[in-house]
Design a binder for this molecule. Structure first.
Ligand code: KIV
Length: 275
């Protein structure tokens, strides 16, 4: 049964890499949300989100850890399966968690698990120049890859904490180089976390693939936020880029729709969310 052909003709065809490339080309902003279970996945879908990310942020917002470091492959696969059951239109991306890609072969094995067991269509890994060989290897096996640059939460113990990255000229130039190298290695998407607005713009203009930002300013091709931040479920002090979309929404679905619309119209992020 050619389900993909049937779905392509439906009123809400599934988002693919070609859809995302077209969106970059036409200037339509890409709306992405993290998601960790089937019930929220159904809402994320109904809100017309383009990409659902099973983020290893689940270590913090679901499991209550301080960082994403304790998250395991088995846990990622478990949550990915649940999210996949709730989705029909959004493109499903899943994080390779801490130390699940220390070598090409292990990265391949774990990416295959996210795709075959979890139902993911793309894997994301936190990448500097050092991961280009892994991106190239996964890509050579026709695995869609998103490279996560800027603040890389899996490295916080090494880099000294959750801080804006690329403020200094040299660090910014290195990140632009890394972005181009990762694109050349085969990355299909870049995710940019916590960088100054000017750097978000420079990277977006330097590469052909779509760039999704979180705290990376308004000039990137799309935005991602942690679902629990959008729904104001997260307690305590929040990062500068977070906006509470429950305000004035009345219910969860409306809050998610308001987020997607705010991204599409360029109303989010506003100047107060940027670095
Ligand atoms: O794990 C995650 O939720 C992420 C987002 C912060 C983009 O990578």
């Amino acid at each position: 049964m050619y389900t993909h052909l049937q779905l392509r003709d439906s009123a809400r065809p599934p988002v693919t890499l070609s859809t995302l490339a077209n969106m970059k080309a036409t200037g339509e902003k890409i709306a992405c949300l993290t998601c960790y279970d089937a019930s929220f996945a159904a809402l994320v879908d109904e809100a017309d989100t383009d990409i659902a990310l099973v983020g290893d942020s689940l270590g913090m917002v679901i499991q209550g850890h301080d960082t994403t470091v304790p998250v395991t492959m088995d846990q990622m696969v478990y949550h990915c399966k649940a999210v996949a059951r709730g989705l029909s239109r959004p493109f499903l991306m899943a994080d390779l968690p801490f130390m699940s890609y220390p070598s090409k072969d292990i990265a391949l094995t774990n990416s295959v698990r996210l795709m075959q067991e979890g139902g993911a269509k793309m894997v994301k890994l936190e990448s500097g120049a050092g991961q280009a060989a892994i991106v190239e290897f996964l890509s050579s096996h026709d695995i869609a890859v998103c490279a996560h640059l800027g603040l890389r939460p899996q490295s916080v113990h090494k880099t000294g904490g959750f801080r804006v990255q690329g403020r200094e000229e040299e660090a910014a130039a290195r990140m632009i180089r890394d972005a181009k190298d990762l694109e050349s290695a085969g990355a299909d998407l870049l995710l940019l976390e916590c960088v100054p607005t000017a750097l978000g713009k420079a990277i977006t203009e330097a590469v052909r693939v779509p760039v999704i930002g979180i705290g990376a300013g308004p000039h990137v091709d799309g935005q991602v936020l942690v679902l629990y931040d959008v729904l104001d479920i997260t307690t305590g002090r929040k990062p500068r880029f977070v906006r509470n979309f429950m305000e004035g929404a009345g219910n969860n679905l409306q809050a998610l729709k308001n987020y997607v619309q705010a991204v599409k119209k360029g109303e989010y992020p506003a100047p107060e969310h940027n670095f």
